[in-house]
Design a binder for this molecule. Sequence first.
Ligand code: BGP
Length: 476
Amino acid sequence: MKETVFPKDFIWGGALAANQIEGAYNEGGKGLCVADINEFRNDIDIQEKQNEEMSLQHIKDVMNDSSRIFPKRWGIDFYHTYKSNLKLLAELGLKSIRTSINWSRIFPNGDDEEPNEAGLKFYDDLIDEMHKNVIEPMITVSHYEMPLNLAINYNGWYSRQTIDFFEKYCKVIFDRYHDRVKFWILVNQINLIRYESFNHLGIVSDTVDNLLSAKYQGVHNEMVACGRATRYAHEHYPDMQIGCMTYGGPDYCASSKPEDVLATLKHNQMEYFYGDIFMRGYYPSYAKRYFADHDIHIEFGENDVEDLKNTCDFYSFSYYYRRICDKESYENGNNAKRNKEAPASPWGWTIDPIGLRILLNEFYDRWQKPIYITENGIGYFDKLEDGKIHDDYRVDFYRQHIEQIREAIKDGVDVRGYYAWGPIDIVSCSSNEMSKRYGFIYVDQDDYGQGTKQRILKDSYYWMQKVLKSNGEDLD
Ligand code: BGP
C-alpha cells in the first residue's frame, strides 16, 4: 500500500488573473489598466514575445492606433461567463481558485476619491459564486492591473503617492471582502522587475534617468505599501492570511568555477531579497553592496523601516523553470540564462520538476514559514482533433511536478497548497496570445478573439479529476 503523503487539508487550486480572463475592459465603470495596452503581435518569434518596457511615445502610439490588437481587453469573457466556468472548475475537483481583483475596476484612475461600486459589486458576486461552488477564494490584490492613469501621470510605483493609492485600495477591498476571503496575495511576482516591468511597476522607461535604479525605488515603495496593508489586515481582520509572492527564485550555477559560484551567490541573494524583506521585515545586509555596485539609489520615507516590519503570514511563488547563472551573465546585467540541460516547451520554457523540489527546500530552510505554490503549468499549442484534445504532455508535466511536491513534503517542507496556472485556457501574460494554452479546459477562441468560445474538456481534465479525488496520491 503506497504511503499517503499529502495532508488531508492540502489545498489543490487553480490560478487565474483578472486581466487575462475577464475581458469587459471598459464595462462596469472600469478604467483602462496597463494590461489593456498589451499588444498581440504575430510578427515576433514566439520565444521572443514578451511585454517590453513602455515609453510615453509608445503609449500614445498604441492608444491612438485602432489597428492594433489587445487580447486582454476581451480575455475569455469571464466577466460574463464566470458562473459556467466556475462550475467546470468545481467539477474538476479544485478546492480553491486564485484570481485577482482588477485595481482599475475599483479605482478606475487609481487616484479617485471614491471606489467604483459596480466594480465592488462584480467581485461580491464572483466571490459569492465561488463559495456556492465550495471553492475557497485566494485573491491577488495587484496582478499587473495598475490603472493606466497612475502609470502615465504618476509614473507608477516610482511615485510615493502610489503607496497611498494602493493602501486606500487595500483597505476598501479588505473591508468589503474580509468575511469571505481568507487568503490574500498582495502583489503577483513582486521580483519581476526585468520582464513585464512596465506591467508590474507602471514606470514609463523614458521619464527616468536611471531605469534600473527607478525600478528598485518602485519596488521599495511597493513593499512599503504592502507593509502598511499587512498591518491594516492584521490589526482589523486577524483571520486574514497575507502572503507575498515571487516568480521562481534562486537559479542554478552554470559550472563549478569559483567565479561562477560567486556570481550565482550574488545573483541568488537578489532573488531572495524580496522574501527576506517580507518574511523578516528588514533589508538584508547584502543588498547595500549590490546597490552600490549597480548605481542604485533608494530613498526611504521616514516611516518606511517601521512599515516594512509588518511581515507576511506565508510565502508563495510561481514555478515554471529555473535558469543558470555564471560570471559572464551576472556581469552583463545579471540576466540568468535558460538551462539547456532540460527539455523545454515550444516557447523555450524549461521543464524541470526537480527544480521545484529544490526551491521548496531552499525557501522553507530559509524562512520556516508556510509555503504555497501559487502558479505552475505548461503552455502548449493544443490541437483540437475530432472534438478532443489529447494533451499527454500536460499530464506528464503535472505528474512529474506533483511527484516532486510529494518528495518535498517528505523532506519536511510545510507546503500547504498547489495552484495549477490557467486551469482553463486564458490569454497569455507575456505574449498576449491564446495559442499558448495552459488549461485542462480548452476555450475555442484564437489569438484574435475569434471562435465559438465553447469550453471543451481536455484529456488532462479527466486525469486531474482522478488526481484530486485521490488527494494527489493516484498519478497513473
Ligand atoms: C506569470 C504570471 C501569470 C501567467 C504565467 C504564465 O508570470 O503571473 O500571469 O501568465 O506567468 O506566463 P505566460 O502567460 O506569459 O505564459
